[in-house]
Design a protein around this ligand. Sequence first.
Ligand code: ATP
Ligand code: NCN
Length: 200
Amino acid sequence: MAAPTQKRARIGVMGGTFDPIHNGHLVAASEVRRHFDLDEVVFVPTGEPYQKRDVSAPEHRYLMTVIATASNPDFTVSRIDIDRGGPTYTIDTLRELRRARPDAELFFISGADAVAQILDWKDAHELFTLAHFVAVSRPGHPLTVSGLPEEHVSLLEVPALAISSTDCRSRVSRDFPVWYLVPDGVVQYISKYHLYRSST
Ligand SMILES: Nc1ncnc2c1ncn2[C@@H]1O[C@H](COP(=O)(O)OP(=O)(O)OP(=O)(O)O)[C@@H](O)[C@H]1O
Ligand SMILES: O=C(O)c1ccc[n+]([C@@H]2O[C@H](COP(=O)([O-])O)[C@@H](O)[C@H]2O)c1
């Protein structure tokens, strides 16, 4: 009798700058986990997001991501993009995760705004050989696979949360609350380390 085949692990990968992580990120990851029956979602904060300016220190972004995900047993955080050093490219993230988990199926989670840019990312075509891409809806951004290889990309409508890290930073700098936009522990972390006080 043939030995029973083991089910391949299904791992979601949520890459982001998370400056700060907010409830839009968490709802997106939670919805994709449920819809694609993922075993876990790994949050991967960028090291040096080469397309962004004036980004907070990686250690702050990493710790806020840990705080935000700590209570969910299906969520973990990886330092791979931070520890690699140099500009962060998703191709390196996925190659490294593949090496670490050759048995697993990877699902890269991305908002509608980010997925629209994928063809401009480094080694764009190889990305689709390493992971399936899941593009989630985001208020203000059309959700489309236009130009992308349709067999490697899925679209998912998630509850609309019109939250961005840019808006959270701007609110803190103007002394507006970010309660309920980011997890409570992240509100307290921002306050403790005086983040975003003079930025927009
Ligand atoms: N409110 C949201 N709903 C769905 N997806 C989101 C939302 N906010 C961010 N994302 C997605 O999460 C990933 C990481 O986003 P990122 O950390 O850059 O947050 P951001 O809010 O877009 O930040 P910023 O305003 O600084 O550009 C991206 O794929 C992005 O599209
Ligand atoms: O690989 C690339 O060239 C590339 C260019 C821009 C963004 N990304 C990835 O897209 C994810 C969201 O990035 P960001 O900058 O919108 O926070 C994150 O995992 C980035 O590493 C990747």
